[in-house]
Design a protein around this ligand. Structure first.
Ligand code: ZN
Length: 465
């Protein structure tokens, strides 16, 4: 007798979408079989008429990240991930100043261990200049289960290309993958000065001062560095069609380079930034959203595999922090998004319900692909025997209205406020234990477990085009 049986759902497995039963024993999936074929269970969940998917894997989230004198929400709000069907997230060990990389990892682990509601891994973020002593720690940190190393090309924590070359060389030597926030700092700064001189200071002009060329320029440089150093590369939060084209060219030459876009970029365009009456700047992220033509291309790219992942870049903030501490002008743009709870339902609505992508593709974008690329597959990201029993059940017939007053994230606004969504996550199971059941919280808020990651040894191979 198994512990839990999910009966009669439309189950998305690596093989396709089919009505199946899923049996769970302890923390793992024991069997997947035709309806009725499996034996009795300790308890059953009837998933008739519902969609059963592997729990979401969100590879880009921030908790407890500081911005000047403020901080975003803490790990106690990580339960919002589960409310939104996500059972694994990846946050960051942030290294700067005199800290060693090992100290940065220990610091973040101390903060997160025992306080996360869902499973989690870490990226290493190397801010600013990376001393040689820190470079020498990279191999060790990769082997310890943190194989993805991020640098920034702009904003306060940027590294120059010299330091990035050093980091990527070390990442390549130890079988890791480089990650970049790619926007060209010099071009953005020059354009910002030009806009200020011309009196174009509204915060919405960030879409022009940090427009498509700003992204493309940095992405192309990072692609070249990745190719020359032999490092696989994953480009965070791609918003511009020009950047997608640069990535696609490199992929077309067989390079192991990958990209994600954000759910907010698939939801809004830069016109919204000028909607002052409705606090339109709240939809801005770093990089900022681009035009309708860019968004149309992002949708094509997530559908045709030029982009592999849709993530949230979750950064739980109050509107007040954005408007008072970050700012509203083109010189002091605001960004960040309460989004971890919204990623799966909004992509289901915009993607599957509105027929832009298939159900299978939706699952690849929010779960299987991030699990594969980040070294969590098949433990995470698949409904198949042996995988962790991380499952989200979506009721496609449920419609609901988004309200910040009802979401479970710490921030007090929601960029999707008043949106009518088709499809709601009604049940979320983490390693065999329900956290959300029939839209009620029934689980622990601190049972998330740290997940060391190991990249697929073939990930970095150049494939024949
Ligand atoms: Zn981020």
């Amino acid at each position: 007798m198994v512990d839990l049986l999910i009966r009669n759902g439309d189950v998305v497995t690596p093989g396709g979408v089919e009505m199946l039963d899923v049996a769970i024993e302890g923390e793992h999936i024991a069997a997947v079989a035709s309806p009725g074929a499996l034996s009795e269970a300790g308890r059953e969940i009837d998933a008739s008429g519902k969609i059963v998917i592997p729990g979401g894997v969100d590879p880009h989230c921030h908790w407890n990240l500081g911005w000047r004198e403020t901080k975003c929400e803490g790990q106690e709000h990580s339960w919002a991930a589960a409310w939104g069907g996500t059972t694994t997230i990846i946050d960051f060990a942030f290294r700067e100043g005199d800290m060693s990389l090992h100290e940065a990892v220990a610091f973040k682990r101390a903060e997160a261990d025992g306080s996360m509601a869902v499973d989690y891994g870490l990226h290493a973020l190397l801010a600013g200049e990376t001393p040689f002593e820190v470079l020498e720690e990279i191999g060790d940190v990769i082997r310890s289960g943190i194989p993805t190393i991020k640098t920034l090309t702009t904003y306060g924590w940027m590294s120059d290309d010299g330091h990035r070359y050093g980091v990527m060389t070390e990442v390549a030597a130890h079988g890791g993958m480089s990650i970049v926030h790619a926007e060209d700092d010099a071009l953005a700064n020059w354009l910002t000065k030009k806009y200020v001189r011309e009196g174009k200071t509204h915060g919405g002009y960030i879409a022009e001062t940090r427009g498509p060329l700003v992204e493309e320029l940095a992405i192309r440089r990072c692609l070249l560095l990745a190719e020359r150093t032999g490092s696989p590369l994953y480009v965070f939060h791609m918003a511009a069609a020009a950047g997608v084209h640069a990535l696609a060219e490199a992929r077309g030459r067989g390079l192991p380079v990958f990209g994600e876009t954000l759910i907010v970029y698939l939801s809004y365009t830069s016109e919204k930034l000028f909607d002052d009456e409705n606090r339109g700047l709240l939809v801005s992220n770093f990089p900022t959203i681009k035009t309708q033509a860019d968004q149309d291309e992002l949708w094509r790219a997530v559908a045709d595999e030029r982009l592999q992942v849709v993530s949230s870049d979750h950064y739980g903030l109050n509107a007040d922090i954005r408007y008072r501490h970050m700012g509203t002008s083109v010189e002091t743009p605001q960004g960040g998004q309460n989004a971890v709870e919204m990623r799966v339902p909004v992509l289901y609505h915009r993607g599957v319900h509105e027929a832009r992508i298939s159900l299978q593709r939706f699952v690849e974008l929010i779960s299987s692909n991030p699990a594969r690329l980040m070294g969590l597959y098949p433990r995470k990201g698949a409904i198949q025997p042996g995988s962790d029993a991380d499952i989200a059940i979506i009721d496609p017939s449920r419609t609901w209205t988004v309200r910040a007053s009802e979401h479970h994230m710490g921030g007090d606004y929601n960029a999707w406020e008043d949106w009518e969504l088709h499809g709601k996550v009604v049940t979320t199971i983490l390693r065999g234990t329900p956290l959300v059941e029939d839209e009620q919280w029934v689980g622990s808020r601190t049972a998330g477990r740290y997940q060391p990651r190991t990249l697929d040894p073939h990930l970095g191979e150049r494939v024949a085009p």
